[in-house]
Design a protein around this ligand. Sequence first.
Ligand code: GLN
Length: 179
Amino acid sequence: MKIGVLALQGDFAAHLAALPGAVEVRTADPIRGLDALVLPGGESTTLLKLLEGTGIVEEARALIARGGTIFGTCAGAILLAKNVTNPQQPSWGLLDIDVERNAYGRQIDSFETILDPPYKGVFIRAPRIRRTGRDVEVLALWQGEPVFVKQGRVFASTFHPELTNERSIQKLIFGTNSS
Ligand code: GLN
């Protein structure tokens, strides 16, 4: 599986390190040759600005249409959502969820915990999934709320699996390509 990691901003280096063989993606054209695209954590407002006029969104849609995989973590999940609040901002709508940005408050804006099932969950100024559509499958929960979801081949986590030494989430999504 040929995996690209969107490398415009955020923690793309950690994703690249977690996915041996994955390549950096900064423009739209190379996405045509990919089977999967990772949208890293970072700052979704900055990402939106950097994405403007690149054609990357259109290529991401085409990737999904031809059966490819997209995985967004944290800011990447915010990009994929249908609706974004706190504050409202545009998003791609490739995943039928609504998210609230920076929703864990200032006191505990970053924390590490164990999810259900027991994946390690590193949360950094994470969004909260406030609604999941009918076609969205919940893959992991924290305190009873969805934090890892999928719809078809579009996956999103509000935490950062790339920032732990565990690779079970990468294996689940990308198969044997990851180590
Ligand atoms: N707080 C960021 C946002 O709203 C997301 C943080 C992250 O990706 N770690 O875009």
